[in-house]
Ligand binder design. Structure first.
Ligand code: AMP
Ligand code: ZN
Length: 465
């Protein structure tokens, strides 16, 4: 079976077939650069990175575009508060965004178009819509009349019937499931940035920005459009209306949306004040690989509850992978292979790829990988592994590295090291330095090594093996 993705438009898992063989055109809604992106935002960006990597692994050339929203209600309000010109204000957060992308090992998209650099394209799209009778003017602003687009509401499954033509909205973001005529072009207001255009002096609405920029770089119809679930309505619903009303053809073939990162049952968001940023966590000494692992370890359509305990567990899971990679690198075995381990490797590889093909089931893929980790350690312990097996296990770890975007092996721990630490712990206890002894035990636990005090002395094992 090939690739299958859940399409928000049809509410079904579908076979994935790109428009052009061998090539995938992907638009990923990017950050609104009015502040630092938080790790909730990065859950979405990381999942999109995994989508990209998996498509690449499956042999597709991926053309990905991610917009930078550098003009909208929020950027304007914050820049004004900071007393800075819009461009000066947003530049700081654009730079920070790219630093965070690099810290998390996110592959660069092909294009990062900025809204302010695409005003002419947006004006042209508005003119097309106006010519076709989809817009009306009110006090110098232009609104999309949603009852001129019968398919309105299909993505979000909302009924446009009641309010169409009666209520209109200026704000870029508005109530869930409340269909309204929305602004595509907002007339200049005092103290706000504006552009002098054929439409008069003003600025684009947020939704229009994504329609104009995605179609410019990817064509009028492209394969996949993604975002977080909060983007479904009104943002993506409005993008569809604007794009399809202008072109008369299908805008996007597969719509995919990530569930939110939550904290204590609530969406992580700036307005709730419950955010962590990548830079905060790094400053506090957390490994960005562990953060990446945590944010990718849960299937993207399931909400993920962020806790520091979860982050520590991710660190421990990674340590187990590191240790195996380290062990494979250091240990040599006689030439040849053992059928049992070979079978385990094959099962893990096939299982991982099948899980990822099935709507990017990362949790399932990791389950198969850890089955192999256990098998490999016990095969090595029992001398049931040959040089060919070591290579094959390493290649399976490399598959994880490529698709999950996490390098392994630099942080591994060898048995000799474990034994040395246990010896130090015994010495610490002998001199009644229990704090030090506990610290050593906790550090080892962090790395997946569990100690057991027995009458015969201390024993250790790898967690889960
Ligand atoms: P924004 O900068 O607010 O436009 O958001 C950028 C991206 O992050 C969008 O795709 C949002 O859907 C996504 N997003 C926002 N909050 C969260 C969250 N708590 N968890 C996951 N994704 C989020
Ligand atoms: Zn967008």
């Amino acid at each position: 079976m090939g690739l299958r993705f859940y399409n928000t438009l049809t509410r079904q898992e579908e076979d994935f077939l790109p428009l052009r063989p061998g090539e995938v055109r992907l638009y990923t809604c990017g950050p609104t650069v009015y502040d630092y992106a938080h790790i909730g935002n990065f859950r979405t960006y990381l999942w999109e990175d995994l989508l990209r990597r998996h498509l690449e692994h499956r042999g597709f050339r991926v053309i990905q575009v991610m917009n930078l929203t550098d003009v909208d209600d929020k950027t304007i309000a914050n820049a004004r508060e900071a007393g800075l010109a819009l461009e000066e204000y947003t530049r700081r957060y654009i730079d920070a965004f790219f630093e965070d992308l690099d810290a998390l090992g996110i592959e660069r998209a092909e294009q990062y178009p900025r809204a302010t650099a695409h005003i002419p394209e947006m004006v042209r799209l508005v003119l097309r819509l106006r010519e076709k009778g989809h817009l009306y003017e009110s006090r110098g602003s232009l609104y999309f009349k949603i009852d001129t687009f019968p398919a309105y509401g299909r993505l979000a499954h909302v009924d446009p019937g009641t309010r169409a033509g009666h209520a209109r909205i200026d704000a870029d973001e508005y109530e869930k499931d409340d269909p309204r005529d929305f602004a595509v072009w907002k007339m200049r207001k005092d103290g706000e940035p504006y552009w002098d255009t054929e439409l008069g002096a003003g600025r684009p609405g947020w939704h229009l920005e994504c329609s104009a920029m995605s179609m410019k770089y990817l064509g009028e119809t492209f394969d996949i459009h993604t975002g977080g679930v909060d983007n479904i309505f009104p943002h993506h619903e409005n993008e569809i209306a604007q794009s399809e009303a202008a072109t008369g053809t299908t805008f996007v073939r597969y719509w995919m949306h990530a569930a939110h990162l939550i904290v204590d049952g609530e969406k992580m968001s700036k307005s709730r004040g419950n955010v962590h940023t990548v830079r905060d966590l790094r400053q506090r000494g957390f490994d960005s690989r562990a953060l990446r692992y945590l944010l990718l370890s849960v299937h993207y359509r399931k909400p993920l509850n962020f806790t520091f305990e979860g982050l520590a567990q991710s660190q421990a899971a990674l340590s187990r992978l590191d240790d195996l990679a380290f062990r494979l690198e250091r240990e040599d075995r006689p030439a040849g292979g053992h059928p049992e381990l070979r079978t385990a490797v094959e099962a893990a590889r096939a299982g991982m790829l099948e899980a990822l093909d099935a709507d990017l089931n990362t949790a399932g893929a990791l389950g198969h990988l850890f089955d192999l980790v256990r098998e490999a350690h016990s095969a090595l312990d029992a001398s049931r592994a040959g040089r060919e097996d070591l290579k094959a296990v390493r290649e399976t770890l490399a598959l994880f590295e490529a698709i999950f975007g996490i390098r392994l092996g630099q942080h591994g721990i060898l048995e000799a090291e474990i034994e040395a630490l246990i010896k130090r712990r015994v010495e610490a206890r002998a001199s009644r330095d229990f704090a030090q002894a506990d610290r050593i035990r906790d550090d080892l636990a962090q790395r997946g090594i569990v100690l057991e005090d027995t009458p015969q002395g201390v024993r250790w094992k790898r967690k889960g093996s």
